[in-house]
Design a protein around this ligand. Structure first.
Ligand code: ADP
Length: 732
C-alpha cells in the first residue's frame, strides 16, 4: 500500500537538522562550542601534511620496534612489519608518506637485519629481496591510495546524499507549513475513489472530520450537493482534464444542522505518476463568498435602481393617461394596456357596479396568441362570495393589496372558483401576482390585478408598492371623474330646476294678473259699487293662485331648511283619520275640477299617534295633490290601517303610473318622471314627503305600473317622544 502523503512534523525555522538526527540550537553556550571535538582532531590527522607524515613515521617506528623485538623469531622475514607500516602510511597519508616509509624501511632492513648488519652494504641476494620489497611496497601503496580515494569519494557521495536528503526534508517541511497555513483550501486525493491524501486546515474545516487521511472523498465531505462535486472529480480523474470553476456555489450542512451556502473559486488539477497516468487530484479552493455576496448586493441594487427608474417613468405615463380623459372606463382600459407589457404579462380591471356586483372591464395581455384565453378571462366576474383565496377576491375582501410572489399550479387550483376557472387561470400561465383594491374614501371602486407568466419575472415588495401607488392614483382619478360627473349633473339639475321653478312660479301669476286687470276694468265700469258675485269670483281665483304660489315658495323653503339641517318637528297627539278627512274636504273641489273623486276608508274610530300635525298634513297633501295631478281624472282611494304601534296610509290612484326605471330615484331632490311640457312641478314634493316621514321614524314607498296607476304607502310609528331635528338625507 502506498504511504499517504503525510508530511513530517514541521520543525521550527530556528532549528537545524544534524546528520545524526539530533538537533542543536544555534544559540548554544560558548563553552560548549569550545570543547575539543575528536572528529576535528581525526580530520586534522587525515588532512594535514604533518598529520599524514607523522602517522606514517609512527607506524614505521612501530614496525621497526616490533621487527627488532621479534627479529630472533622471524629472521627469515625481516620485511613483514614494514609491509604493514607501508600499508598504513599509504592508506593514511597517500603516496608521500608511503614512499617515505618504504625508503626508511629499505634502509632499516638493510642496516639492521640483513648481513652484514649495521652497515648499508648489500649482498647481491639482498639487492633482489630489497628490490622486491620496494616493488611490493609501491604496489601496496598504489592499491591503498586507490582504495582510500574510492572510500573518500564514497564518503563524499554519502555526505552529499545526506545533505540532499536533509534539504529535501526541510523543503518538504516548509511546503507542509505553507500548505497548512495557506489562505486557501488545499487537498490531495488519491486513486479513483478519491481518498484524502492531504487536507489543509481550511479545507478540513469544511469536512466532517479533521482526520480525513485515507478517507474517501464521499465520506469526508459534508456537502448537500456532494454528488455534483464527485461527478466533477470523477471526470477530472477519467479525462485528465483540469476543472476550473469560478464562484461555484457549495452548500454545507453545519454542525447546528442548518445549511450554509458558500461560493468558491475551484481548481481540480489531476496529478500523474511516473508513467504519466493520472493517480490523483490536487484540489485548490478560494472562498469568495464575501465577494460574491458583495457583487450580488451591488447587482441587486443596480437592478433595483433600474427598476425604480423604470417604475417612475411608468408612473409618469400613468399620470398622463389618468389625466387624459374624464371617461374613467376608457382611462382604466388604457391603464391596463400601459401596465402590459411594461410591468406585467397580464392585467385585469374589475369595477364595482351600482347593484353591488362587479364587472370585468378589461383584460390586457402581452402575447397575441393569448387572445382566446383573454376572451375567456373577460367572462369571469369578480365574486365577493367566491373563493377567498382568489387573489383579486382576497384583495377585495381584505381591502388590501395582495402579493403572491410565486404561484404554483397547485396554488392556482386552490385559489380558483371552480374547475373551469382553474383551467383558464392555468392557461394564462400565471406565476407572480399582485392585486390591489381601488379604494377611495373608504369606498371600493374595483380591483386592479396584474401578473407575470411567460416572462418568468417575480414580483417583489417594491412592485407591490408600485401597484399600490398606481391603484391609488387610478382610484383618485376615477373618483375625480365621478365627482366631475356629479357636479355636471348637479349643474344640469340646477339649471333645469331654475327654468322649471321660474315657469312654476310664473304659472299662478298669469291668471292672477289677468284677474286683477279684469277687476280693474270692472271697477271702471262700476265706479260706485261692484256687484258682490263679480268681486268674489275674482278674489277666489286670486286667492287660489296666491295659495299655489305660497305652496311653491313653502316647498323651496323646506328644501333649503332640510339642506341646512334646520327642519324641526313639533310632536303632539294627532288623530290621523280626522286629519286626512280635513285635507280630503279641502281638496275635493280641486279633485272635482280634475274629474276625480276622493274616497277615504278606515280611521273613523280615531287613529292617534305622536306626530307633527302640520308636517303630517303636508305629507298627506303632497300625496293627494300628486294623485289628483297624475290620476287621469279617475277615482282616488285613501285607506288607513291601524296597528298597535304603527299606522299605515295608502293613497291609490288609477292614473298614468310610473315607469320602473324612474322608481328608484323618485324620492330624490328635483327628481321628476314626467316631461315638463305636460306636467308642472318642481320635483320636490316626494323628496319633502320622504324626508318628513323618515324624520317621524317612518317609511314611504311606491308601487306602480305604467298606465295603471300608483300606490304610495306611508308607514308611521305611533310613538315618537321628542321633537326631532331633520338633517339632509340624500337618496341612494
Ligand atoms: P312634482 O311636483 O314634480 O310632482 P314630486 O316630487 O311630487 O314632484 O313628484 C316627483 C315625480 O313623481 C313627478 O314628476 C311624477 O313624475 C312622479 N309622480 C309622483 N306622484 C305620482 C303619481 N301619483 N302617479 C304618477 N307619477 C307620480
Amino acid at each position: 500500500m502506498r504511504r499517504p502523503l503525510a508530511l513530517p512534523t514541521p520543525v521550527s525555522h530556528l532549528e537545524t537538522t544534524r546528520p545524526s538526527g539530533s538537533t542543536r540550537s544555534l544559540s548554544a553556550p560558548l563553552e560548549q562550542r569550545l570543547t575539543p571535538d575528536p572528529r576535528k582532531a581525526w580530520s586534522w590527522l587525515q588532512k594535514s601534511r604533518l598529520g599524514r607524515y607523522g602517522v606514517a613515521l609512527l607506524f614505521f617506528l612501530c614496525a621497526l620496534l616490533l621487527q627488532m623485538e621479534l627479529a630472533s623469531l622471524m629472521s627469515t622475514s625481516p620485511f613483514l612489519f614494514f609491509y604493514g607500516a607501508v600499508m598504513v602510511a599509504g592508506w593514511w597519508g597517500g603516496w608521500g608518506p608511503a614512499l617515505l616509509v618504504t625508503a626508511l624501511s629499505l634502509g632499516a632492513v638493510d642496516h639492521e637485519f640483513l648481513p652484514p648488519r649495521l652497515t648499508l652494504q648489500m649482498r647481491s641476494a639482498d639487492v633482489l629481496s630489497l628490490g622486491i620489497f620496494a616493488l611490493l611496497a609501491i604496489f601496496i601503496t598504489k592499491l591503498n591510495v586507490s582504495l582510500s580515494r574510492a572510500m573518500e569519494e564514497r564518503a563524499g557521495l554519502l555526505e552529499s546524499e545526506r545533505q540532499a536528503r536533509a534539504a529535501s526534508e526541510a523543503a518538504r517541511t516548509r511546503l507542509h507549513t505553507i500548505f497548512m497555513q495557506a489562505p486557501a483550501q488545499i487537498f490531495f486525493l488519491r486513486g479513483a475513489t478519491h481518498d484524502f491524501d492531504f487536507s489543509n486546515a481550511r479545507n478540513s474545516s469544511l469536512l466532517k472530520s479533521r482526520d480525513t487521511l485515507g478517507m474517501p472523498f464521499q465520506e469526508g465531505v459534508v456537502k448537500v450537493a456532494e454528488q455534483d462535486a464527485r461527478d466533477v472529480l470523477d471526470r477530472v480523474f477519467a479525462t485528465g482534464e483540469p476543472f476550473v470553476g469560478n464562484a461555484v456555489p457549495l452548500r454545507f450542512l453545519q454542525t447546528d444542522g442548518m445549511e450554509k451556502e458558500t461560493f468558491h473559486n475551484l481548481v481540480y488539477q489531476p496529478t500523474r505518476d511516473t508513467q504519466g497516468q493520472v493517480d490523483g487530484i490536487a484540489g485548490f479552493g478560494f472562498d469568495v463568498t464575501d465577494l460574491v455576496h458583495a457583487r450580488q448586493r451591488a447587482e441587486a441594487l443596480a437592478i433595483e435602481l433600474r427598476q425604480a427608474e423604470f417604475r417612475t417613468r411608468v408612473l409618469a405615463e400613468v399620470s398622463t393617461v389618468l389625466a387624459s380623459s374624464l371617461d374613467y372606463e376608457a382611462t382604466m382600459r388604457n391603464l391596463a394596456k400601459l401596465v402590459v407589457p411594461a410591468l406585467a404579462d397580464w392585467c385585469f380591471v374589475d369595477l364595482a357596479q351600482p347593484d353591488g356586483n362587479f364587472r370585468r372591464l378589461e383584460v390586457a395581455h402581452a402575447r397575441p396568441e393569448d387572445a382566446a384565453t383573454a376572451a375567456e378571462v373577460l367572462n369571469f366576474q369578480l365574486m365577493p362570495e367566491g373563493n377567498p383565496r382568489h387573489p383579486p377576491t382576497a384583495a377585495l375582501l381584505r381591502g388590501e393589496a395582495i402579493l403572491l410572489e410565486e404561484m404554483t399550479p397547485a396554488h392556482i387550483k386552490r385559489s380558483a372558483h371552480n374547475e373551469n376557472h382553474a383551467r383558464v387561470m392555468l392557461a394564462t400561465g400565471l406565476r407572480s401576482f399582485i392585486a390591489v383594491p381601488l379604494v377611495v374614501r373608504g369606498h371600493t371602486l374595483g380591483v386592479f390585478s396584474f401578473f407575470t407568466s411567460f416572462s418568468n419575472r417575480r414580483y417583489t415588495q417594491a412592485d407591490l408598492a408600485f401597484g399600490l401607488e398606481l391603484a391609488y392614483r387610478a382610484a383618485l382619478s376615477m373618483e375625480n371623474a365621478r365627482l366631475y360627473r356629479e357636479a355636471q349633473e348637479a349643474i344640469r339639475l340646477r339649471d333645469e330646476f331654475l327654468s322649471i321653478a321660474s315657469h312654476e312660479l310664473k304659472t299662478p301669476l298669469t291668471p292672477l294678473s289677468l284677474k286683477l286687470q279684469a277687476l280693474a276694468r270692472e271697477l271702471e265700469r262700476h265706479p260706485d259699487a261692484i256687484p258682490y258675485s263679480v268681486v268674489k269670483g275674482y278674489v277666489d281665483t286670486g286667492a287660489r293662485q296666491v295659495k299655489k304660489l305660497a305652496e311653491l315658495v313653502g316647498d323651496l323653503l323646506d328644501v333649503s331648511r332640510i339642506a341646512a339641517g334646520r327642519l324641526a318637528l313639533e310632536l303632539e297627539d294627532v288623530d290621523l283619520g280626522a286629519l286626512i278627512r280635513e285635507v280630503v274636504v279641502r281638496y275635493e273641489p280641486h279633485a272635482t275640477r280634475a274629474g276625480s273623486t276622493l274616497e277615504v276608508e278606515g280611521g273613523e274610530s280615531g287613529l292617534i299617534g305622536r306626530w307633527d300635525r302640520l308636517r303630517l298634513e303636508q305629507v298627506v297633501t303632497n300625496l293627494i295633490d300628486n294623485a289628483v295631478k297624475y290620476g287621469s281624472g279617475k277615482p282616488i282611494q285613501l285607506s288607513l290601517e291601524q296597528g298597535p304601534t304603527r299606522a299605515r296610509l295608502r293613497v291609490r290612484d288609477q292614473g298614468i303610473g310610473i315607469a320602473p326605471e324612474h322608481l328608484p330615484r323618485l324620492f330624490g331632490r328635483f327628481e321628476r318622471a314626467v316631461s315638463e311640457r305636460h306636467y308642472g312641478g318642481l320635483g320636490l314634493g316626494l323628496y319633502i314627503t320622504r324626508t318628513l316621514v323618515e324624520a317621524m321614524g317612518g317609511r314611504v314607498r311606491v308601487e306602480s305600473e305604467q298606465g295603471r296607476g300608483s300606490t304610495f304607502t306611508v308607514d308611521l310609528p305611533r310613538e315618537r317622544t321628542l321633537p326631532v331635528d331633520v338633517s339632509v338625507a340624500q337618496p341612494q
